[in-house]
Design a protein around this ligand. Sequence first.
Ligand code: ANZ
Length: 884
Amino acid sequence: MPRYNPAAIEPKWQAYWEQHATFAAPKMPAGEKLYALDMFPYPSGDGLHVGHPEGYTATDIVCRAARMQGKSVVHPMGFDSFGLPAEEHAIKTGVHPRIQTEKNISTFRRQLKSLGFSYDWGREIATTDVEYFRWTQWIFLQIYDTWFDADLQKGRPIAELPIPPEVAALGTEAVRDYQDERRLAFQSEAPVNWCPALGTVLANEEVIDGKSERGGHPVVRMPLRQWMLRITAYADRLEKDLDGLDWHDGIKALQRNWIGKSTGAEVYFPLPGVQDVLVPDEEGTTESLFVTTEIRVEESLDVYTTRPDTLFGATYMVIAPEHPLIDRLTKKEEAAKVLAYREQATRKSDLERTELSKEKTGVFTGSYAVNPVNEEHIPIWVADYVLASYGTGAIMAVAAHDERDFEFAQQFNLKIIPVVDPGEAVTPEEREEVLAGKRCFGGAGVAINSGKYNGLPTAEFKRKIIADLTEREVGREAVNYKLRDWLFSRQRFWGEPFPILHELDAAGNKTGRVRAVPEDQLPVDLPHLDDFKPHGRPEPPLDKAPDEWLYPVIDGVKYKRETNTMPQWAGSCWYYLRFLDPKNAAAPIDPAIEKAWMPIDLYIGGAEHAVLHLLYARFWHKVLYDRGVVSTVEPFQKLVNQGMILGENNEKMSKSRGNVINPDEVVKEYGADALRLYEMFMGPLEATKPWSMEGVNGVYNFLGRAWRMIIDDRAEEMALSPALSDNAPNADELRVLHKTIKAVTEDVAKLSFNTAIARMMEFTNFFTKQERRPRACMEPFILLLAPFAPHMAEELWHALGHAKTLAYEPWPKFDESLIAESTVELAVQVNGKVRGKITVAADADNGTILAAAKAEPKVAEQLVGKTIAQEKVVPGRLVILAVK
Ligand code: ANZ
């Protein structure tokens, strides 16, 4: 019985596509190209979830339609396979992470293939493939070999870094240090999460509320030497180049926020006179030794402010507990309090410190600075709501106009001087309070209590005072970014080893000098480890590697390999390039191929990657661009984030809620075509939407109807429906067909898949009611359906007598002139009574309609010997004639 049976059809066509390499993309595009990319999955032990096929089906539809439209299409898939869970599993079971990873990948591959995606599987890569991460290491070395020329706003080879003569005079050692400090990849001390009980360093995601996720043991932050990438150098370009991208404003805004460009001024507050200062003794502790030295008058406390127009309202200053001047500003009698405060602040996270609702804490240093606009001496405090890592690590506090300063001033009884009159920006009562210093107002207004600047509107005041401060050399315009340099090392086994060597002296100690692994010695593979158990020290697990791996000798010099590994982000920073040239043994990508296929025309993935992955990948791409490896400034021209699929009950799908839908089961019961179609029919691609099994059943029924429209499912053998006809379609049938072609074509271009499916449903409803179904309508319909439900479409196409796959059949064209409702029927009334009906062209003008009405035999009878007193056309319905 030729019933619709996806379980029989689907594997058959999947095997056909695989055997014929139907979707192998050409090395170089011919004519118009489409590079459609999915965010490749992390192959977790749980297998695919229903969120994956959502975006994957969307790109697949676009790709399948594009091939039929004659475009060269590359549509690759791979696996982002480094990461914690495989390592955790190894620690528990002793099974090597590679084995677990490969097992997971094969599950994912099988699942993806069972959904009929038109990937070019010949391009598959996994970030854990040694031949892949060889080039990840190579790219790291390009970054390491680059410095950022701020004048040109461009990364340049370190060999081209101009060395100041005074540095050159100090010798090669000094030159090396000078270069190392400017490389885009550099070493620095950064805090790690050290868990003494587990004897291991934990990733941020393994720490919950200061405790280890496993076991709930306390975690402390401790500094460790690590690798950083200077992404901040590219902040300006990362921000500006968003303009040219075809991304949603919401996603651009997320990226802009993360980069956090802020413009304002730096203002220098002189530190007057002789002060008691706290100077560290030889051990670096400040507790024991207090001496008095002189702070030279030209020294100043520099602040960053976005509101230089509020300078006259600065009533105190605050420095971060880690501020370098803290020792020298702290007076002897305040030293004990300041030390204790500093100690306690280091234990809090930045978020905890800056949260608005938190009670403000702080201590007075005993010192004063001079406000450069009015010579007022204002007290300098230490408080942890000021972060050392932002701006200059110090602020001028304007309690009347900054919420946090206001809270702080109230708490410690500090002066509040309003300097901005809000005018009508607030209610009259609120304005009174602001002017009395009893309410904080952060907006723009008109200057008050500001000497000669009184009366200036905020924006103008800002411009003016920046000019004045600059002229007097007590300030300058300044730009700051929230973006921080990227902490790029992890104390983990299952990641890319750094291609970096630390030089050792004769005694086996690090000299402090590092060098890159020579390019011809890449890749640096992971060593064999017998045991994955944490070794109880904060150093990375690779410290337990065998000596042959750990201590290479080059040109007679002994080195120790870098034992940190790269973070999971690394592999996904450039996989889209490797997909274009996955087997290249000489370079990450052939430049001609890159030029021909890049940028990516459509990138679809989850919104959870809207910030970091995209930012990191864009950063690497820009470095590669500056270094001539790629020709494109941005990698992802068009980006779309699919919406989240919720459980039936509208809650997030999660194991603990027990509402996770397994795609394998849906495929088993309804078929891959139904799953694909359902996920596209649930709603707009970008919307969040709940799962519904009833919905799956609904689209499954639609597929059954479409099947029966063409196949006689009551026949014994596979046979076409007796309704199928070779006659030419009539005008109505043509109209429905061309309307459907038009709508589906346009909807696919807009990624509006749910409406496209609705149109195909309408088509099916229409034709299943027709007694004859012209082949000339059925065939184009099958082609339209093919990107959505490719297995069934291939099967129907085959049933209609075509020997080859439809994957490259020309996409149906529509004829606008056939779409217009071609004729309309109008009733003709004579003196209020319907006397006849006429059929006219839908776009006929009134003259033609009236002529046709009068010519209608039954109407004409009524007109004999009469005069027409009135005539009127009600469009699409009626002709009204009044006669005498
Ligand atoms: C005086 C002032 C008056 C400020 C006023 C604001 C309003 P964004 O936009 O985030 O750049 N600030 C500067 N450095 C800081 C640090 N290291 N830690 C905490 N806060 C810091 O904000 C810049 C503003 O945040 C600066 O402008 C400064 O407060 C504060 F009516 O200076 B403002």
